[in-house]
Design a protein around this ligand. Structure first.
Ligand code: ADP
Length: 345
C-alpha cells in the first residue's frame, strides 16, 4: 500500500493560481477527503495527484518515490469520476474488465477478478446487461467495480456520488468506505458534501482559494476549527457569529473570559439552550422546523442567533437562553482561532 505526500504543489491557469503551495501527507491505508466551496481548487489538486494535470511547481510522492513526471498509467492509481465513463455498447462485465488484458492478466484471472469486483459492488446480476439500461446508481457501481478490479493501492474519487439521489449516495459512500478499509487502500475523495466527508474521512482537508484553510480529523475541525472560515463551513447550519461592537458581544465579554484581541465569538445552535433563568435574552423571530429538532431564530440585541430547541418545545415573544461556555469559538480580527489562548486570559 502507499503513502501519498504533496510538497508545495502549485498549479496556475494563466494568471490564475488554482492551487497554491499545498503540502500534506495521506498515510498508508487511510482515507482523506478534500472539502471546500466550488472553485477552491479541489479537482485541480486531485488531477495533479492523478497525473492528469501537470503542476507548475512542487512534487507528488508515492511513498519515497517522486512521481511528478509520471503519466497517470505509470502512477498505477484508479480514479472514479462524477459521471461514470462507461462504454454503452459493451456489456457490464466487459466494462469492468476493460484494460485488464493490456495490463498482462490472463483470461482466467480477468474472469475471476471481474466476478469478485461485481460481487463486492452487488452487481453480479447486471453483468450481461449494457450500461444504457442501467440506473445512475448502477452505472456508478460498475465504474467503482472497474476501479477495484485492478486492486489499486491508491483510489482517487472526484465528486463520485453528487449526481445520485441522497439515499443512494449515502449507501454507495458507505460501501466505498467499507471496501477502502477492507482492502487497506489509500484514498482521496473530492467532495462539497459534508455528510460524505464525515462518512469517508480519517483526515479532512478544507480548501479555500487554492490553499489549505484547515486540516485534521472531521471532529477536531468541527469542535475546534482553526479559523472562522472552517467554523462557518463545517456543520449543518452556519455558525452563529457575534461581532465586537454589538450588545451581545459585550454581554459575552462580561460573562466569560474573552481575550482582548477577540473580534468574533461564534457558537453553534447546539451550544445554546432555552432556559427561563438564561443569562441572555432576545425576541423570537421565527421557528425552523426539522425532523429531529426545531431551531429558533432569535434577535439578541442587534444580533440574530439560531438556537437548537428540545423536541416539542413551544416558544413565543421574549426568550431567555444560556450558552455552553466550553463550546464558544473565539476568533481574532484575521479570523484565526483564539480558543487556545482564552484559558490564559
Ligand atoms: P473545485 O474543484 O474546488 O470546484 P477547480 O479545481 O475545478 O475547483 O477550479 C479551481 C479554479 O481553477 C477555478 O477558479 C476554476 O475556474 C479554475 N480552473 C479549473 N480548471 C481550469 C481550466 N482548465 N482552465 C482555466 N481555469 C480553470
Amino acid at each position: 500500500m502507499t503513502r501519498i505526500h504533496l510538497e508545495k504543489l502549485n498549479r496556475n491557469y494563466g494568471e490564475h493560481a488554482a492551487v497554491k503551495d499545498v503540502s500534506f501527507t495521506v498515510e498508508d491505508g487511510s482515507s482523506c477527503v478534500i472539502l471546500g466551496p466550488s472553485g477552491a481548487g479541489k479537482t485541480t489538486l486531485l488531477r495533479c495527484i492523478a497525473g492528469l494535470e501537470k503542476p507548475d511547481g512542487g512534487s507528488v510522492y508515492f511513498d519515497e518515490k517522486d512521481v511528478s513526471a509520471l503519466t497517470p498509467a505509470e502512477r498505477r492509481i484508479s480514479m472514479i469520476f462524477q459521471t461514470p465513463a462507461l462504454f454503452d455498447h459493451t456489456r457490464v462485465k466487459d466494462n469492468i474488465a476493460y484494460g485488464m488484458a493490456k495490463l498482462g492478466f490472463d483470461q482466467k484471472e480477468i474472469q475471476r477478478r471481474t466476478e469478485e469486483s461485481a460481487r463486492m459492488l452487488h452487481i453480479e446480476k447486471l453483468q450481461e446487461r449494457y450500461p444504457l439500461s442501467l440506473s445512475g446508481g448502477e452505472k456508478q457501481r460498475v465504474s467503482i467495480a472497474r476501479a477495484m478490479i485492478r486492486e489499486p493501492s491508491i483510489l482517487l474519487l472526484d465528486e463520485p456520488f453528487s449526481s445520485l439521489d441522497t439515499r443512494l449516495a449515502q449507501e454507495l459512500c458507505e460501501e466505498v468506505r467499507r471496501l477502502q478499509k477492507e482492502k487497506g487502500m489509500t484514498m482521496i475523495t473530492v467532495t462539497h458534501d459534508q455528510t460524505e466527508a464525515m462518512a469517508l474521512a480519517d483526515q479532512l482537508i478544507l480548501m479555500k482559494d487554492g490553499r489549505i484553510a484547515a486540516m485534521g480529523t472531521p471532529l477536531s475541525l468541527y469542535n475546534d476549527p482553526p479559523n472562522l472560515f472552517a467554523a462557518d463551513f463545517l456543520g449543518e447550519t452556519s455558525v452563529n457569529k457575534v461581532t465586537r461592537g454589538t450588545k451581545l458581544f459585550e454581554q459575552l465579554e462580561d460573562t466569560y473570559p474573552v481575550p482582548p484581541s477577540a473580534e468574533t465569538i461564534a457558537f453553534r445552535p447546539s451550544a445554546a439552550c432555552i432556559s427561563n433563568e438564561g443569562k441572555f435574552s432576545g425576541k423570537l423571530i421565527s421557528l425552523k422546523k426539522g425532523y429531529e429538532a426545531d431551531q429558533a431564530l432569535v434577535k439578541a440585541g442587534d444580533t440574530d442567533v439560531l438556537i437548537a430547541l428540545e423536541k416539542g418545545m413551544r416558544l413565543s415573544g421574549e426568550v431567555r437562553f444560556d450558552l455552553n461556555p466550553a463550546s464558544l469559538l473565539i476568533f481574532d480580527e484575521n479570523g484565526d482561532s483564539l480558543n487556545h489562548a482564552r484559558n490564559v486570559v
